[in-house]
Ligand binder design. Structure first.
Ligand code: DIR
Ligand code: MN
Ligand code: MN
Ligand code: MN
Length: 309
């Protein structure tokens, strides 16, 4: 199987430095070697951690309450082109972040390539403690890593080419093909957006009530078999016990085994077309960094078909 890998050292979708070092940490932990040697992938990787400094503007004042809007827009636009290149050649695409704003680029690229290649809309499984569906207007923080789903679904509109207006309809996803797992820290404005748009979401309460097996079945059932899947995995979906080194940890999360289970189940469908692994920040909770990196590697291996037996 062919796998395209894009490493994105980007942290300006939020305000803590260090998340840009995650791709190198994951790769140094042996992730790509494992995918090649143990899972037999033909890996296409340019050997670089991209920070796309060439497209980053010198000045980037706040706009509509967004922090670094031109920077995030330009970087995700570049990333979308790179991911599109891989996906349009039929490769499964692994994007290593970086903060979760980078999913604007990875999903835009995969959505467009999948429409062109097989005439299908992708489904997105968003595994996260947070819904990341704030619009600039509902966001308290102004951090764009809390907004990617709003821009990708068209619930938030770009202003112009320089501020997310580059995202065209063929790069967007449908709210009906979006499903969340792991939610437990949702802003008030986000709850309203989820409710008003009938967006399918499984919170930690659902995991408590039904167990991870049933929740994963229901999530996959919602998007339907035979639908291409983009898995966007925020490491903060895991409990801080398993993944302490992340910018916005929230207690009461998934165990590592539950995270792996979701990833294994997506792999089992045979429909995975792309995945993101984001928000690993090795500089936070330094003693837990290697654990967090190992958890990230495990999730990726599981999603790409590693099995226990
Ligand atoms: C919060 C936190 N909802 C925000 N979001 C985070 O800033 O919009 N996403 N941490 O991962
Ligand atoms: Mn997130
Ligand atoms: Mn999160
Ligand atoms: Mn919050």
């Amino acid at each position: 199987d062919d796998l395209g890998v894009v490493a994105v050292g980007f942290s300006n979708g939020q305000r803590k430095s260090g998340v840009d070092a995650a791709p190198m940490a994951l790769i140094e932990a042996g992730l790509l070697d494992q995918l090649r040697d143990e899972l037999d992938f033909k890996v296409t990787y340019d050997g670089q951690v991209h920070s796309y400094t060439d497209v980053i503007p010198k000045e980037d004042p706040d706009h509509r309450n967004m922090k670094m809007p031109r920077t995030v827009s330009a970087v995700t636009r570049k990333l979308s082109e790179q991911v599109y290149e891989h996906a349009s050649k039929g490769r499964c695409v692994l994007t290593l972040g970086g903060d979760h704003s980078i999913a604007i680029g990875s999903i835009a690229g995969v959505a467009k390539a999948t429409r062109e290649r097989i005439g299908r809309e992708i489904a997105v499984i968003w595994v996260d403690a947070h819904a990341d569906i704030n619009t600039p207007e509902t966001s308290d923080s102004g951090n764009i890593h809390g907004m990617p789903v709003a821009f990708l679904t068209g619930l938030a509109k770009g202003d112009n080419e320089e501020m997310f207006g580059w995202i065209k309809d063929d790069q967007k996803i449908s709210v009906t093909k979006l499903v969340y797992i792991g939610l437990r820290d949702i802003d008030i404005g986000e709850k309203k957006i989820l409710r008003e748009n009938g967006i399918k979401a499984f919170s930690m309460r659902d995991v408590d009530k039904y167990g991870i097996g049933k929740v994963t079945d229901m999530a996959l059932g919602w998007i339907g078999s035979d639908t291409p899947i983009h898995l966007s995995f925020d490491i903060d979906s895991l409990d801080p016990q398993w993944a302490p080194s992340t910018g916005t940890p929230v207690r009461g999360g998934l165990t590592l085994r539950e995270g792996d289970y979701i990833a294994e189940s997506v792999a089992e469908t045979g429909n995975l077309v792309a995945m993101d692994l984001v928000e690993v920040n090795p500089s936070l909770e330094a003693h837990g960094a290697s654990e967090t990196v190992r958890a990230g590697c495990s999730i990726v291996r599981c999603a790409l078909g590693d099995t226990l037996l």
